[in-house]
Write a protein that binds this ligand. Sequence first.
Ligand code: SF4
Length: 219
Amino acid sequence: MNRADKGEILADIESQLEGAESLSLETIAREIMQIGFRCRRCGDCCQGEENSVAVFPFEIRAIMAETGDSWLETAGPPEEGEWDCEGNFHTLEWRLRKTGRDCKYYSEKGCRIYGVSPLLCKTYPFYLDEGRLRWSECRGLGGEIGTEDSLILAELLKRRQIVEIREAIDLVREYEEFERGEPSPFGRCVVHDSHGVREIGWSEIPGALGRRLRLSRGR
Ligand code: SF4
């Protein structure tokens, strides 16, 4: 991403912020009520291979304060990324840690960090796509939801959309371009987020993700 590209991308994302800030809570809430939703506490959204929760730096800090976990015990880099010419693996943003196939904060009694859970979890199965209400697969869809709860959900969705746009703006501002290269056994994992860059040694990435990344280095 060169300086001109960066300017264009930033202008595009910034133009989305105004739209997000002017979203009507009442309209979103009305749509939610029409679709219907009642959480069945099935835990489906917290479990399984496909489960991957994007989490922002301020959310990671809130979870760390609640649990006493370190940054890397709370979140890790996603597996998608690119290699630079020095053999470092670059990724964008963070994902909540998993234990096996499930979110590490999921228990049979439910979410262990409910009060500080990421906005993505609080608003599941709904999300806003350029202001339009969308939803993912969920057993709770079609359930009965009252006016007050739908307004609370609408407020969280709007907040999430604004946060996602602001985080994207900061990410692009902080992003430093690099020359692409091949996988190497000697590099580090470099995570780009809204605060800049964090470098992680391979041995510091625990669990299945670390193993997969270590394997991919040798490909
Ligand atoms: S943080 Fe809580 S709600 Fe979110 S995936 Fe983990 S257990 Fe589920």
